[in-house]
Design a protein around this ligand. Structure first.
Ligand code: ANZ
Ligand code: ZN
Length: 822
């Protein structure tokens, strides 16, 4: 039996494909598991991160199939997006051709890795069929007011020529090209995700235990709920007059109402409407206007770093003391949070303090440490005791927060308010390779939805992609159409959707039956079976990268709640258990093209085979930890598989697990059996809890070594019966080969573990003399009392010399006690 990975793997891959081995059944009475890995962008080739991701999901899928579950383990491609267009700009290729060529290639890679994906549900989100269903949902959402259009300051990447979502701006730079992002005032479409802010936050508790804590915390922070007080600061008469009586004041939001008596200035965002009004009406000098413009154009990262500001020469009245408070514009005040204005308390807030120091503004202390004094020249931000706060003096600052809110509410000058960091999700992209937003602009009717029977609004193929502007906008004819309502000439929306929209519902699409694939996106019944059973909702195991901890997972949660409210499903959360895999490293750094430290999966498969790649990936580290590529370990994995295959020569053909009389075995044979069953117990634990497949594999390897110490063919056959079952999810090709040759595919890990194999041969007993523990002895488990005493006395002879034993006590399986006398 010579191991030739190439032939063997090809053969089984073809067998699986021909026999539709991994298509889920549509018998909805069967127990099910839905195993999903985050689908890839078709960048061209799989990288090791993908291979790790899909090896993990495949291991789950194959395990559950063995256990008798009906398993849905689908794959598709998240195939819209900018790289296709960038390739077009660079190489003159067509985005569609580039994308589908890559998909073809990657499907071949999936096959060559032996992943047990359903082929019949494989799809790409750029397929017109997918676009058609998605546009249908977009129309539903628009009708429900969950999608709307508004003008706003958008993040604009001058190099990609597109609007970016807040989430795509990383430290002030474009997530893709790393260039500085600027602000641009434009119309675009938004999903009203903020309407679900509270629920997205509170439902995180439903995910506890199933999701990594870190991910839950990241989502919680991203949603960023804070409770506080909102009230209006009112201008004094002179300031009102200056503003031509256009404004009587502005709202501020504070999470620290307890610091209200410490307000010594207030600050507006540079984009605030009062500031804009003053600029437009020449109420500010040139120098001030210049400074404000600079603040507006600075990247958001710079705005958080160095504080800057300028006075507006306006005053408001403190709401309680009625004293004058000066108004500034400050770069650290953000227009899209709260009301875009703050009451500043430099004595108790770092930012306000830095700003006050820089511009020499007054600082007023109103909280001090309990029973202590205020320290050096820095803000006091802890809980403490109020002073200089009129009727609230002496109060604990925590208690004062609610008391002061109550006071504002009683006086009708402010109200308790909750703010979210979460923003509505801007989904317009000025790009070609995305799903068109299915709306039409009509001179008479305004924004009109395309009729559902006309969907999809498909992309034109004859486009020019130059890298400048939006190719749909520049297309000579595509955007000209008739208004679906009045029939007059109209213009199509040329924005396409953020590709995160496609990945927000693809897991639902996989539930659709291939029989109705063209007719419906999915049915309620199919979704109920695959995603909502026995009090659990969602994909059973969802596996992917931690880089999706916020965006993708939040959007998918949002869509699930929206689809529930649209009546398409009956549950709240899309993913029951989430496993976030660690990164794949080489030489201590994340594998990446730019660092030149990548390992090409195809080359590994070519040299060693898919089983080796899979075994290495699962063996070298637990799934959640970083995986350091190591050529020697890869080599070791290959050798193990080779040995595993070749030693199966010791296994005889059988249709059932051999019956073995354990007590009649030799010590080595018993040891081998014990190791095999230990590996089995460990495997079962691994799937239940921590998914540490490395320890499961280590157990199987130990068992292999133990089998090799003996030559009982029953023990060999039983051992392989069990070990090929344990290892099949990891190294499927070689296991299917062994199983077909020796067991006619009948082997399955027995559910019941035979207790007798774990029974120990011998046992350790403590020996005490006059109650003092002196030594330990090893005795056979069934040793007689006399035999035990004999061994005890031999071992303890140095304490017994010249003494008389007056009493002998043996507590079975525990201890021996000898009482002696001189
Ligand atoms: C006065 C104050 C005193 C504040 C103090 C803090 C400490 P979170 O917790 O994130 O919600 N703030 C309000 N709107 C803002 C905006 N548009 N841009 C920048 N900062 C803004 O933060 C709320 C706090 O952030 C608010 O409470 C406000 O400053 C500031 F000792 O008000 B605070
Ligand atoms: Zn019209």
């Amino acid at each position: 039996m010579n191991y030739s990975s190439k032939e063997l793997e090809k053969q089984w891959q073809n067998y699986w494909e021909k026999n539709r081995s991994f298509e889920p059944s549509e018998d909805f009475t069967k127990p099910k598991k839905y195993i999903l890995s985050m689908f890839p962008f078709p960048s061209g080739r799989l990288h090791m991160g993908h291979v790790r991701n899909y090896t993990l999901s495949d291991t789950f899928a194959r395990y559950y199939r063995q256990q008798g579950f009906n398993v849905l383990h689908p794959i598709g491609f998240d195939s819209f997006g900018m790289p296709a267009e960038n390739a077009a700009i660079k190489n003159g290729s067509h985005p569609k051709k580039w994308t589908y060529d890559n998909i073809d290639y990657m499907r071949g890679e999936f096959k060559s890795l032996g992943f047990s994906f359903s082929k019949e549900r494989d799809m790409a989100t750029s397929d017109e069929l997918y676009t058609k269903f998605e546009q249908g949902f977009i129309i539903d959402m628009y009708e429900k007011g969950l999608l709307y259009r508004k003008k706003g300051f958008l993040n604009w990447c001058p190099s990609c020529h597109t609007v970016l979502a807040n989430e795509q701006v990383i430290d002030g730079s474009c997530w893709r090209c790393d260039n500085d992002v600027v602000k641009k005032d434009m119309n675009q479409y938004y999903f009203k995700i903020t309407q679900y802010g509270d629920e997205l936050l509170s439902d995180l508790s439903k995910l506890e235990g199933g999701w990594p804590k870190q991910v839950l915390t990241m989502q919680e922070n991203w949603i960023g709920k804070s409770n506080g007080l909102e009230f209006k600061l009112r201008f004094d008469d002179k300031s009102k007059e200056k503003l031509n009586d256009k404004f009587d004041g502005f709202s501020v939001f504070t999470t620290r109402p307890d610091t209200i008596y410490g307000v010594s200035y207030a600050a507006l965002a540079p984009e605030h409407e009062i500031v804009s009004y003053m600029i437009e009406n020449s109420l500010l000098d040139k120098e001030t206007i210049e400074k404000i413009k600079e603040m507006k154009n600075a990247s958001s990262i710079d705005r958080q770093k160095e504080k800057s500001g300028v006075s507006l020469n306006l005053q408001v009245l403190h709401p309680l003391t009625k004293k004058s408070v000066p108004i500034w514009v400050a770069n650290f005040v953000l227009m899209d949070y709260g009301s875009g204005a703050v009451m500043a308390v430099p004595a108790h807030d770092e930012r306000d303090f830095d700003f006050a120091k820089k511009y020499d503004l007054p600082i007023k202390w109103v909280i001090k440490p309990f029973g202590g004094e205020l320290g050096a020249d820095k803000p006091f931000t802890d809980v403490g005791e109020l002073f200089n706060s009129e009727m609230f003096d002496g109060m604990n600052s925590k208690d004062a927060q609610s008391k002061i809110i109550e006071y504002f509410e009683a006086q009708k000058i402010g109200k308790k308010t909750t703010n979210f960091r979460l923003k509505d999700w801007g989904v317009s992209r000025q790009r070609y390779w995305g799903a068109p937003i299915p709306f039409v602009h009509c001179h008479d009717c305004g924004i009109v939805m395309e009729k559902k029977e006309n969907l999809p609004v498909a992309l034109p193929e004859d486009i020019q992609i130059t890298g400048e502007g939006n190719p749909l906008e520049n297309h000579p004819t595509w955007k000209y159409c008739k208004c679906p309502e009045c029939g007059k000439d109209a213009i199509r929306e040329t924005d396409t959707m953020d590709t995160f929209v496609e990945s927000s519902w693809y897991f639902l699409r996989f539930c659709a039956s291939p029989k109705n694939w063209e007719k419906e996106a999915f049915s309620k019944e199919q979704i109920k079976y695959w995603m909502h059973q026995q009090g659990h909702s969602g994909v059973d195991h969802y596996i992917g990268g931690i880089e999706h901890a916020i965006l993708h997972l939040l959007y998918a949660r949002f869509f699930t709640k929206v689809f529930r409210d649209l009546g398409y499903l009956d549950f709240d959360e899309p993913f029951d258990k989430l496993l976030t895999q660690g990164m794949v490293l080489k030489d201590g750094a994340k594998m990446s093209k730019s660092k030149g430290n990548t390992v090409d999966p195809d080359a590994i498969i070519e040299k060693y085979g898919a089983d080796t790649a899979r075994l290495f990936i699962l063996f070298a580290a637990p799934p959640t930890q970083e995986l350091e590529w190591n050529d020697n370990t890869v080599e070791g994995a290959y050798k193990f598989i080779k040995r595993f295959f070749e030693r199966s020569a010791n296994v005889y053909k059988t249709d059932s697990i051999p019956a073995i009389l354990h007590s009649k075995l030799t010590k080595e044979e018993k040891f081998a059996r014990k190791k095999v069953y230990e590996a089995l117990v460990r495997a079962e634990d691994v799937y239940k809890e921590k998914y540490t497949f490395n320890t499961m594999i280590a157990g199987a390897m130990e068992a292999m070594n133990a089998l090799n110490l003996q030559s009982n063919s029953d023990v060999w056959s039983e051992g392989y019966w069990i070990l090929t079952s344990i290892m099949e999810p990891v190294i499927p090709h070689v296991c299917w080969e062994i199983s077909s040759q020796k067991f006619s595919f009948k082997n399955l890990a027995p559910q019941m573990v035979i207790e007798e194999v774990f029974e120990e041969e011998s046992i350790m007993l403590g020996v005490s003399i006059n109650g003092k523990r002196r030594c330990e002895i090893e005795v056979a488990i069934d040793a007689s009392q006399d035999n035990i005493l004999e061994i005890a006395k031999q071992n303890a002879h140095k304490w017994l010399e010249g003494k008389t034993i007056i009493k002998e006590i043996v507590v079975p399986k525990k201890l021996v006690n000898l009482v002696i006398k001189d």
